[in-house]
Design a protein around this ligand. Structure first.
Ligand SMILES: Cc1ncc(COP(=O)(O)O)c(C=O)c1O
Length: 399
C-alpha cells in the first residue's frame, strides 16, 4: 500500500522538518533564539477572565464568534484609519489560520500567488495546498535593510496572478513598508486585479518612529486586501491560538464562508479583556523587546565579519554574516552544534535572496529585565549569554 495514493496529492513531499531542528533538538543546554514565540507570561487578569468564563459555563458553542470581541477588534483596527463593521471581522485560531482562511476564500487551482523573498514561509505554504504556484519577487537590500522591490514585483506578475502575500512589518526582513511602497503595491494590485494578503501580525512592533500603515485604506484596496492578524505576538500567547481577519464589506462574506477553526469561547473572552484593559502590557513588552534589539544590534556589530541593521519593525535581528567563511545554513548548523545556540537560516525564507543572513528572535530576556517570562533570566541562559556564545563562534569563522 502506498500512503501517497491515499492522501491529498499537494501534501506529498511537504512533510519535512528543518534539518537544523532535527539535528539540534537534543543538544543539552541549548539556548534557543529560533522560534518567534515571545517569552512573556500573560497577565493574571487575562488568565482569570478565561478561568471565570469556564466556571460560568461559557463552555458551549459560540456561533459566529463572541460579538464583544468583534466590537473590540473593530475599535482596535480603527487606530490605523479603517472603520470596519463587526461583520467584516473573522475570528480565527491564530495567524497561520488567518492566512489559510484568507487563501481559502480566494484561490483557484492553476492560479499563481506571489510572495517576497525573504518573507515568512507561512505566507506561501498554503498556496501549494490549493494547487497554486508560488512565484517569488526578491526584496532589494538598501543600506543593509531588505525592502520590497516594486520592479521585481512587476516582473513576477502574470495573467495568472491571484494573490500577493506581504508581511508588514516583515519577518524576517524587519521592513516596515513605507506609504510609497504600499501605494506602489496597491496600484499594481488594482491594475492587475489581484488580492493582497496583508499579514500585519507585528503591527504593534515598530521602532524608532516608523509607523505601520494599513494597506486596506489605500484607493481601490478595500475589497482586495485581506488583513491577517494574531494575538500571538501582541499579547505573547502563541499557545492560546487566537487570530483575526479584517476584510472589506464585499470580501468579508467569502472570508466567512471559508471553513476556519473555531476559537474557544473563554479564550475569546480573554481576548476581549486583553483588548480593553491590556494595552499597558503591550507597551511594557515593547519596551523590553526594544532593549533586547538595541543590545543585540550593538553586540553583533562588534563581532568581526557580522553587520546588523536595527530592524524597523517586528522583533527579529537579521544580520549579514558574509564576513564569515560560512553559508547561512552552515552558520546555523555549526552554531547549534558547537555553541548550542539555535537560530534560523535566512536562506529558508525563499529561494535564496537572503543567503548570507541569519535570523535571531528576541525571545530571551536580558539579565536585567524583570517582566515575568517563560524563560528565566539566569546568567547562563539569558540573552547576554547567547550573544557571548555567538561572539565566540563568529571569531572562529571570521574571514
Ligand atoms: C508574519 C507572521 N505571520 C503569522 C505567523 C503565525 O502566527 P501564529 O503562531 O498565530 O499562527 C507568524 C509566526 O511567526 C509570523 O511571523
Amino acid at each position: 500500500m502506498s500512503i501517497e495514493k491515499l492522501v491529498r496529492k499537494e501534501l506529498t513531499g511537504e512533510i519535512r522538518r528543518s534539518a537544523t531542528r532535527r539535528r539540534v533538538a537534543a543538544a543539552p543546554g541549548t539556548i534557543s533564539l529560533a522560534a518567534g514565540d515571545p517569552n512573556f507570561l500573560l497577565p493574571d487578569y487575562i488568565a482569570k477572565t478565561v478561568y471565570d468564563a469556564i466556571c460560568e459555563g461559557k463552555t458551549h458553542y459560540c456561533f459566529g464568534g463572541e460579538p464583544t470581541l468583534r466590537d473590540a477588534l473593530v475599535k482596535y483596527y480603527s487606530k490605523y484609519g479603517y472603520e470596519a463593521q463587526p461583520g467584516q471581522i473573522a475570528i480565527t485560531g491564530g495567524g497561520s489560520q488567518s492566512l489559510f482562511q484568507a487563501y481559502a476564500a480566494i484561490l483557484n487551482s492553476g492560479e499563481e500567488g506571489i510572495t517576497f523573498d525573504p518573507a515568512y514561509g507561512g505566507g506561501r505554504r498554503p498556496l501549494g495546498f490549493f494547487g497554486v504556484k508560488t512565484v517569488y519577487a526578491d526584496m532589494k537590500k538598501t543600506d543593509g535593510q531588505f525592502r520590497p522591490d516594486l520592479e521585481a514585483l512587476k516582473e513576477a506578475i502574470s495573467p495568472k496572478t491571484k494573490s500577493l502575500y506581504i508581511d508588514n512589518p516583515g519577518n524576517p526582513s524587519g521592513a516596515v513598508f513605507t506609504k510609497e511602497e504600499l501605494k506602489g503595491i496597491a496600484d499594481l494590485a488594482v491594475d492587475h486585479d489581484f488580492v493582497v494578503v496583508s499579514d500585519e501580525t507585528y503591527s504593534e512592533f515598530c521602532w524608532d518612529g516608523t509607523k505601520h500603515e494599513a494597506l486596506i485604506t489605500y484607493p481601490g484596496m478595500e475589497n482586495r486586501t485581506i488583513v491577517c492578524m494574531a494575538f500571538t505576538k501582541m499579547y505573547s500567547w502563541a499557545g492560546m491560538r487566537t487570530g483575526w481577519i479584517v476584510s472589506g464589506p464585499e470580501m468579508a462574506p467569502y472570508v466567512g464562508r471559508a471553513p476556519g477553526s473555531a476559537v474557544s469561547w473563554p479564550i475569546q473572552l480573554g481576548a476581549v479583556k486583553a483588548m480593553t484593559d491590556g494595552y499597558e502590557y503591550v507597551v511594557a513588552i515593547k519596551k523590553e523587546y526594544e532593549e533586547r534589539i538595541d543590545y543585540g544590534v550593538k553586540r553583533l556589530n562588534e563581532m568581526p565579519g557580522v553587520s546588523c541593521k536595527k530592524p524597523e519593525g517586528a522583533f527579529y535581528l537579521f544580520p549579514d554574516i558574509t564576513g564569515t567563511t560560512l553559508s547561512s545554513n552552515d552558520f546555523v548548523l555549526k552554531l547549534a552544534e558547537e555553541e548550542a545556540v539555535r537560530i534560523v537560516s535566512g536562506a529558508g525564507y525563499g529561494p535564496g535572496a537572503a543567503e548570507g543572513h541569519v535570523r535571531l528572535s528576541m525571545i530571551r530576556p536580558l539579565s536585567t529585565q524583570k517582566m515575568p517570562g517563560w524563560f528565566k533570566n539566569e546568567p547562563d541562559t539569558c540573552f547576554e549569554a547567547a550573544m557571548d556564545r555567538v561572539e565566540r563562534f563568529v571569531k572562529k569563522y571570521q574571514k
